[in-house]
Design a protein around this ligand. Structure first.
Ligand SMILES: [Zn+2]
Length: 283
């Protein structure tokens, strides 16, 4: 089987240490398996995007000598595919329109109770939910082994298109990964809880899900996930080799100190040759 991996940032700002680690981990695992490494720009949510961040991210990847294969795919090019799948599922009653206010769901404990399942509301000006008729509660992960998720949300009819018309991450990520023939997904642990939802969509589409590996998140001093929203510091690409060695060490690999004096390409080549996914820490 050919390995096809990917890095899929959202252009809400430039890469920070937390997103760099996901880029490097997905790159190393793909290259250590003689695979291809694709880059996909998840620009689904214009209100949360920063103009020019997509180009900035690509320049940063280049500054770290993380060379992707093929063309960069932008989710904004994929809207008609998402729409077609949504229409099909609405027609087949595998998805339905919902107009429950978010406030009401929050007041009921934060888990949607399927209120609109059989109301046949028009899809216009509504959120669209996937009818999660046979919810999944576990999946296999290359780092975490069997991940069991028994929270009430796993059986929720989750949103696949928001009421404001924007497509939800769950739908787009699955359709894109199928479209790009992705075999392995190496990404941050913040997405581990919703993986079962994505696998429900794979089941509905009759497609075998990819292999998953969820890598630990880098937390800020306040214990929250590093992100643009929590004010993660920008990456200093002038110190790219130091940062690369740091990230490789955070991934549980043991780069020798001498690597700090080497070029990015030589650092990455060392990491590809010595890559051991089993050494990546679980937390
Ligand atoms: Zn509803």
């Amino acid at each position: 089987m050919t390995y096809i991996g990917r890095f899929a940032p959202s252009p809400s700002g430039p890469l920070h240490l937390g997103s760099l680690i996901a880029a490097v981990a997905s790159y190393l695992d793909a290259k250590a398996n003689k695979g291809r490494w694709l880059v996909r720009m998840e620009n689904l949510d214009p209100p949360r995007e920063m103009p020019g961040a997509d180009q900035l991210i690509l320049e940063q990847l280049q500054a770290f000598d993380l060379v992707w294969d093929g063309d960069v795919l932008f989710q904004s090019e994929r809207i008609s595919d998402y729409q077609n799948q949504l229409d099909m599922w609405l027609k087949e009653k595998k998805a339905y329109a919902c107009r429950c206010p978010r406030k009401q769901i929050r007041a009921a404990g934060g888990v949607y109770n399927g209120h609109c399942r059989y109301l046949n509301l028009p899809a216009e000006d509504s959120a669209v939910r996937f009818l999660n008729s046979s919810p999944l509660t576990q999946f296999e992960d290359l780092i975490h082994n069997t991940v069991i998720n028994t929270s009430a949300r796993t059986s929720e009819d989750f949103i696949i298109r928001r009421r404001d018309g924007l497509f939800a991450y769950q739908l787009a990520v699955v359709l894109d990964d199928i479209y790009q023939n992705i075999t392995h997904i190496v990404r941050g642990q913040d997405l581990i809880d919703t993986t079962v939802w994505q696998n429900s969509l794979y089941a509905a589409l009759n497609v075998k899900p990819p292999q998953y590996a969820h890598i630990p998140l880098i937390l800020g001093n306040d214990g929250r996930k590093l992100s643009k929203q929590t004010g993660a510091p920008a990456l200093d690409t002038k110190k790219s080799s130091q940062l690369l060695v740091e990230v490789i060490a955070r991934l549980g690999q043991q780069p020798p100190k001498e690597l700090l004096l080497e070029s990015n390409t030589r650092i990455l080549n060392w990491a590809i040759d010595n890559w051991q996914l089993s050494q990546v820490p679980k937390n």
